[in-house]
Design a protein around this ligand. Structure first.
Ligand code: PLP
Length: 455
């Protein structure tokens, strides 16, 4: 607290970046292309345009353009809730007694409560620009659906959300936020789509999964005129939009001459982590700097640490394109843990390639240890963190405690992706000591990997 770093480093409004950064342009080994499962060929615009918005497809396939201008309408929307603060966690450092310096980039200061709004507003903008009536999507814990419903109401688009059933039941409040912004919300699997009916027939008691909700949302989009499907994570375009997080962080750190040693983020589909770390990994790819980048995932859904790097479907219904990524298999059904946003069987193809090439480490952590970290953080830093974000807190604390042992004054930056106000069922279980950890066995994972598509 004696050094001159403020508690909160805010950029001014006119310092908000006006371009997104495309890390693919700096990657020697490009992420593998999406493949059409029917033909085995790489997907082109003509394959993607019937499902997704045109301008977004151009971003998706572009491995070469380093910077994309952020349209003025999106910049204006960003000004409502950005820049987000980079906070020095002085109180956490003190509570831990660590010589490490800890910073977190807080993305929870908007009604959707997470970073997802950064891409939702971009995707809704391009859908509107294309003259569409509306968009369909899936949502896990509800953050993406909430963000998208806010963005759609801003641009006057219809928004149809398939919400993973266990979250729909556990998180009625988020559902109501979506409906308040005018979205139509359906629990998934549902009997409103062919793929939903098929999954229900096979697994009548399923509590749903992101992969399954994706299948339903895609089917709904392609069967309605004037609709396209939008996705809140995994895709290259989503990582691109989320680089606003990393670019702001990089600028704020530079302003005070701070060089991070470690950058930590939670990884579900990889969008917040990709967005936070892309500009820093770009420096590594160009040979300008060296950082330790750590992806943190739940032990119940460990795609990086126990999955396979292979082509797989992005959805349980196996109707989406194939992506080469770290995956547990599209038929993997994670236990209904409380970090809904991290329950995806696969991982961003960009991050998968970077991890494969050694630019990132990954760690899997158990739910109860994550909530211990969440509570410790909440009590000293004031913010009630989302369960997903708390995965990053857990590893940031672990690393800070290692510094305490070695006496090293490392600088740790982590992504605090959102708030946990709608996750109080999870906190209730933790507080009343009824929370359990559920870790898949090697046999579970092998059985699901055995069903990977053969190319
Ligand atoms: C969705 C979500 C995540 C995980 O998604 P990524 O695409 O991996 O970033 C993490 N934290 C919060 C708060 C979320 O809503």
């Amino acid at each position: 607290m004696n050094d001159k770093i403020p508690y909160k480093i805010y950029l001014s409004e006119d310092e908000i970046p006006t371009q997104w950064y495309n890390v693919r342009a700096d990657m020697k080994n490009k992420p593998a292309p999406l493949i059409n499962p029917a033909t085995g060929k790489a997907l082109g615009l003509e394959d993607l345009n019937p499902i997704f918005c045109e301008d977004l497809n151009k971003q998706e396939l572009d491995n070469d353009t380093k910077f994309f201008d952020i349209p003025e309408e999106i910049q204006n929307f960003y000004k409502m809730y950005r820049p987000s603060p980079l906070v020095r966690a002085y109180f956490l450092e003190k509570a831990l007694g660590t010589p490490a310096k800890i910073y977190y980039k807080f993305e929870g200061n908007n009604t959707s409560g997470s970073h997802k709004l950064n891409s939702a507003v971009a995707q809704a903008y391009y859908a509107k620009k294309q003259g569409l009536k509306g968009v369909t999507t899936e949502t896990g814990a509800g953050q993406w659906g909430t963000a998208l419903s806010m963005a759609c109401s801003y641009f006057g688009l219809d928004c149809r959300v398939y919400m993973v059933k266990c979250s729909y039941e556990q998180k009625p409040f988020r559902r109501e936020v979506m409906r308040t912004y005018g979205a139509n919300v359906t629990p998934s699997p549902s009997n409103t789509t062919n793929v939903g009916r098929k999954i229900l027939a096979e697994f009548p008691d399923t509590t749903g999964s992101l992969g399954c909700a994706i299948s339903e949302a895609v089917e709904a989009a392609v069967s309605m005129d004037g609709y396209r499907y939008v996705l809140g994570s995994v895709l290259n375009q989503v990582l691109l939009h989320q680089t606003i997080i990393g670019l702001e962080t990089q600028k704020a750190l530079k302003k005070y001459g701070i060089k991070p040693d470690m950058i930590i983020g939670c990884a579900g589909g990889g969008s917040n982590l990709g967005g936070l770390v892309s500009p820093f990994i770009g420096e590594m790819l160009r040979g300008e700097a060296q950082y330790r980048v750590i992806a943190v995932e739940p032990a119940s859904c460990p795609s990086f640490t126990r999955g396979k790097y292979a082509y797989d479907f992005c959805d349980t219904g196996m109707i989406c394109p194939l992506a080469k990524m770290y995956t547990l298999g599209s038929q993997f059904m994670p236990s209904p843990n409380h970090a809904g946003g991290l329950r995806f069987h696969g991982m961003s193809p960009i991050l998968s390639q970077l991890y494969h090439d050694g630019y990132m480490e990954a760690r899997a952590v158990e739910q109860s240890s994550v909530f211990e970290a969440a509570v410790k953080f909440a009590r000293v830093e004031g913010i009630l963190p989302a369960p997903e974000s708390s995965h990053a807190i857990k590893v940031a604390i672990d690393e800070a405690l290692k510094c305490k042992e070695t006496g090293e004054e490392k600088t740790i930056v982590f992504g605090l992706t959102g708030t946990g106000y709608f996750d109080l069922v999870a906190y209730e279980q933790f507080n009343s000591k009824t929370m359990t950890d559920s870790i898949p066995t090697d046999e579970d994972i092998a059985a699901s990997l055995a069903k990977l598509p053969k190319l």
